[in-house]
Design a protein around this ligand. Structure first.
Ligand code: SF4
Length: 343
């Protein structure tokens, strides 16, 4: 088989889906008449006591616009939406991945590289029709997928927007781009709606997770939800042009002094499946509290070059081989910001 994409993408044809055979998961669910029930089920997670994510903020009724740890009430807040050319080649293609960046977050990562959005909450509140309209605009621009960034705390609102987006003509695969601090119950609602799951498995060690993410139990939650994602959609598959259509793409931000976490995460992913598609990300830099608070001095530095070499060695030693790298020519299209709040 001669294909323009690398072998770790197509796996000699094992990981190819014919585009003409592909129907987005949410359209199938809609055609089967199951979407309405999913919307009801998703909204029930918002109140009277929010359990949309593992924080389970007792007594916080988001249906009544109350807010909990994530600071988001009834409606999702969106910081920006645009064709993203910095995503993996299987997502950005040549027209960009249609990213929708949600404001606020259910984690409190002290090194967050998007803290203006996740911790300060820059953005605009959108109702479900406005959110659907943003998806359609990204489709009109030519994006290859809709990529929900930091969706954990607004998954119910995404589900609620889907019938509107379908009515407006949405056809693109949906990418759920998460920190993996998701509720298993929410993920079960997403079963049959999401085409590509993209969890960032951050840390393996419980102590570091408490310290750097302010989330007790993060490693256990991440393992459970990634296993569930894998059960739902399996290994990453693309079309003949190397555009992701279905499956799990795992990210792992390699952090200074945290190579033991990289090793354990790699081993666990290989146990899940040695064909797991993994992007080992090298772009860590000290930001937010990691840059200013002496308590985090050990991560107030860039990665040393040998650390990335060691990270790849851990992944390969574990038996993983679908390790993401750039392989397309850099796209030339200009990124265009989508106007938010357009009715
Ligand atoms: S989604 Fe927000 S309000 Fe709901 S449980 Fe999580 S942090 Fe709390």
């Amino acid at each position: 088989m001669s294909l323009a994409m690398p072998r770790w993408v197509h796996g000699a044809g094992r990981f190819l889906l014919r585009r003409r055979d592909f129907v987005p998961a949410y359209l199938k669910t809609h055609e089967q008449g199951r979407l309405k029930d999913k919307v009801e089920e998703a909204l029930a997670h918002l109140g009277p006591s929010c359990r949309a994510c593992p924080r389970e903020c007792k007594g916080v009724d988001r249906l009544a616009n109350q807010t909990g740890v994530c600071k988001v009430g009834r409606h999702a807040r969106v910081a920006s939406a645009f064709p993203h050319f910095g995503e993996e080649d299987v997502l950005r293609g040549w027209n960009g991945s249609g990213t929708i960046f949600f404001s606020w977050c259910n984690l409190r990562c002290v090194f967050c590289q998007n803290y203006e959005t996740s911790q300060i909450g820059e953005g605009e509140e959108l109702d479900v029709r406005q959110l659907a309209r943003v998806m359609i605009r990204l489709q009109e621009i030519g994006c290859h997928n809709i990529n929900f960034v930091t969706p954990e705390h607004v998954a119910p609102q995404i589900v609620e927007a889907l019938p509107h987006a379908i009515r407006m003509g949405l056809r693109l695969p949906l990418v759920y781009n998460t920190s993996a601090f998701d509720s298993l119950e929410t993920l079960r609602v997403m079963d049959g709606l999401v085409d590509v799951y993209m969890p960032d498995f951050k840390l393996w060690d419980e102590g570091k997770s408490r310290n750097y993410l302010a989330a007790s139990g993060y490693p256990e939650v991440a393992r459970r939800v990634i296993a569930e994602m894998h059960r739902q959609v399996g290994e990453l598959k693309t079309d003949q042009e190397g555009l992701a259509l279905r499956g799990v793409l795992v990210r792992h931000l390699v952090m200074p002094g945290c190579l033991d976490d990289t090793r354990e995460i790699s081993r666990w992913l290989a146990e899940l499946s040695r064909d797991t598609y993994l992007n080992l990300m090298d772009q860590y830099y000290p930001a937010w509290k990691a840059k200013t608070n002496p308590r985090y001095a050990e991560i107030n530095r860039h990665l040393h070059a040998p650390e990335m070499t060691e990270a790849y060695r851990h992944a390969q030693d574990a038996g993983l081989w679908r390790l993401d790298e750039r392989w397309r020519q850099a796209p030339v299209a200009e990124a265009e910001l989508v106007e938010l709040g357009r009715r």
